[in-house]
Design a protein around this ligand. Structure first.
Ligand code: WTA
Length: 656
């Protein structure tokens, strides 16, 4: 949550450390401004030059075709393969034997893949997929723990022109079924389980449950053995990863695809009950993630770079896999929890693997603060040279702690603003160039044109809050919502004419620095994970006892936002607060939501009410509920309330 102190203390500035700036790709603010200016004046030349650094089997003829806006085509007519650029391109250089993926499992097992080895494994699994009947244009779902095979499977799909859709391993069987059916996957790649906080997360069992519920497009399930857990087996459908790759060749030529060929579909929460499949295509996404990785993380050949996001989220796609590999970097991956076996696991691994760049989320930083300074202070963190954050606004206190206790006051911090839809970082400091202010994502990257506007699309004065929009298309932008181009157009390009609507509120200060305030739509951000309030409401009303539900976020010190659900039960199912029945029902509903969506969506609190406050037209007054959930006095106009007594009753419960 952006809080008032962040706004009041914006005079605190940290200049890029001189030693850092001297070696950086962009070493001062003047160089940034020059690049930014060029990107505005000649955007085609600007993006075209960056794209030229990649291998294209057929050159593009036009940088951007925006004639069918908001449906963009980037690097029009070009053909390439992203894995050729992430892998093969490095094999003729000294990077051939450089570590591409350095991985540590939660139990402490370590695996290392050089670029040559990763190339071989990707080719092998690509051939296995082909043998299983996957060809260009098919979609495969990956539902896996954070193991190297997840990255290998993504790259293998891309190598043969198949589209991947990764589903975060924390989602439930129901969520898997819905996503698989929406994208029409032919194959699911999963594992028996993954390790999390010493426990086994049973992934294959969830896939079995999803398939039992009905996923008619799925023909085969590939199962990696990670935890050696017994799982049910459907002969003819299920195949062990080891058997799938047995005997296949380790040579597989990359299949050239059109620049606009879909690389992946990634589901994210929106303002309706149904998650949307954000579609990213090949050429623009490759250019966007590679360019931003290099600039924002200032990647150098001797870096050990660690983005701690799970690959199930967009951050893992862009900044664990594609961005770093396109730059020939060493990307570190960790399977498990930050506090297993002890709260110093991360610091131990940073010291052990000499990690030099560390990218995490504000919620994690706040958890580290809570666990205490003693944990990081026991370890040698001197290998670190750069820190990053993403996913939610960072409160200045956490920013300062991160700088002092993890960065030793020596590492610049990049607070990176972007979204699943943007594909790549949009607003962020360049660590060798941009002075930082704790709590601000600072300035747009070259080529990106954000603005804070009012509801009519007019720029608001400096310092005033408004809607954050992006004025011009950019290469890694989403192309559509899978199967629903109308929703794409309506949701992102119709709210403010001619601009991309981010759904975030922001303000811009006199230096042109952006301060992101958080979502202004019905999306909440819990521990850096996006959840749609409607999605949780749909899950709740699917329970037989629930008549109606309204879900709102409330400020949470650790997670940024917590989830509060106001629930009206069906006639005859009402519970009394006094006899423990309410508690029991609340627990049941919380578990129900976790089962329907996943543990991340489990409400923190359920409040039962006889009715929900509504306007005369029947709209639930979420703002009021949000005030109640946060214990704030009711603000704003309530005269349209259908029944003011509903509100009074909810407040009374508060005071009991
Ligand atoms: C929020 C994650 C403040 C924002 C990459 C956005 C942030 C949503 C920041 C996207 C940041 C992301 N400061 N807020 N640095 N980064 N957000 O799609 O509300 O999971 O709209 O993508 O996270 O979340 P998503």
């Amino acid at each position: 949550m952006a809080n008032i102190t962040s706004i009041l203390k914006e005079d605190r500035r940290f200049e890029p450390p001189r030693a850092f700036a001297e070696r950086a790709h962009v070493g001062d603010l003047a160089a940034y401004h020059a690049a930014y200016r060029e990107s505005l004046e000649a955007p085609d030349e600007f993006w075209g030059r960056i794209a030229n650094a990649f291998r294209w089997t057929k050159p593009w003829t036009e940088v951007l075709d925006w004639s069918a806006a908001p449906f963009a085509r980037w690097f029009v007519g070009g053909e390439t393969n992203i894995t050729d650029n992430c892998l093969d391109r490095h094999l003729a250089t000294a990077r051939r034997d450089k570590i591409a993926i350095l991985w540590e499992g939660e139990p402490g097992d370590v695996r290392v893949f050089t670029y040559a080895e990763l190339h071989r494994e990707v080719c092998r699994f690509a051939n296995a997929l082909t043998r299983l009947g996957i060809t260009k244009g098919d979609t495969i779902v990956l539902y896996m723990p954070m193991v190297p095979e997840l990255a290998i499977a993504m790259l293998a799909a891309a190598r043969i022109g198949a589209t991947h859709s990764v589903i975060f391993g924390g989602f439930s069987a129901t969520a898997v079924r819905d996503r698989v059916n929406d994208c029409g996957a032919k194959i699911i790649v999963t594992a028996d389980g993954g390790y999390r906080r010493g426990q086994v997360v049973p992934l294959k069992a969830a896939v079995d449950e999803a398939l039992l519920a009905g996923c008619p497009t799925v023909e085969r399930v590939v199962v990696l053995s990670r935890t050696k857990t017994e799982t049910a087996w459907v002969t003819g459908r299920d195949v062990h990863w080891a058997d799938a790759v047995a005997g296949v060749s380790t040579d597989c030529a990359p299949v050239a695809v059109d620049s606009e060929h879909p690389l992946f579909v990634l589901y994210t929460s929106g303002t309706t009950g149904k998650p949307k499949g954000v579609v990213h295509t090949t050429g623009g996404y490759m250019v966007g993630t590679a360019y931003t990785s290099k600039l924002v993380f200032d990647l150098r050949d001797d870096d050990v770079y660690w983005c701690m996001a799970d690959i199930g989220w967009v951050t893992g796609h862009s900044y664990v896999v594609y961005g770093p590999l396109a730059n020939g970097a060493t990307t570190f991956m960790y399977e498990g929890a930050p506090n297993f076996p002890e709260p110093d696991r991360f610091w131990k691994m940073i010291a052990k693997h000499r990690v030099s760049i560390f990218y995490t989320a504000p919620t994690a930083i706040r958890a580290f603060m809570r666990w205490g300074d003693a944990w990081p202070s026991q370890h040698d963190l001197s290998s670190l040279r750069l820190l990053g954050t993403v996913g939610e606004p960072i409160n200045p206190e956490a920013w300062i702690w991160y700088r002092q206790k993890i960065g030793g006051e020596r590492c610049p911090i990049v607070d990176t603003w972007w979204q699943t839809e943007t594909g790549a970082i949009m607003i962020s400091p360049l660590p060798g160039a941009t002075p930082t202010k704790p709590g601000s994502a600072t300035l747009p990257l070259p080529g990106i044109v954000p603005e804070v506007v009012d509801k009519d699309g007019h720029a608001v004065p400096d310092g005033s809050g408004g809607f954050l929009v992006i004025r011009r298309p950019w290469p890694s932008m989403l192309r559509t919502i899978h199967g629903d181009p109308e929703r794409y157009q309506k949701q992102y390009w119709s709210q403010i004419a001619g601009a991309y609507f981010t759904g975030d509120g922001a303000r811009c200060d006199a230096d042109g620095y952006f301060w992101i305030m958080g979502r202004i739509d019905d999306v909440i951000n819990v521990a850096g994970h996006r959840l749609g309030t409607m999605e949780i409401e749909s899950a709740l009303v699917a329970h037989p006892a629930v008549a109606e539900a309204a879900v709102v976020g409330r400020p949470d010190e650790l997670k940024g936002q917590g989830i509060v659900a106001f629930v009206t039960l069906c006639a005859g199912r009402s519970v009394s607060q006094s006899n423990g029945a309410a508690q029991k029902m609340a627990d049941e509903l919380k578990s129900h939501v976790a089962k329907e969506i996943g543990a991340i969506a489990r409400p923190d609190e359920i409040r039962f009410t006889d009715a929900l406050p509504k306007t005369r037209s029947g709209k639930i007054m979420r703002r009021l509920l949000g005030d109640i959930a946060a214990n704030r006095g009711t603000t704003g106009d309530t005269t349209t309330l259908e029944d003011l007594s509903v509100l009074a009753k909810l407040r009374e419960q508060d005071e009991e």
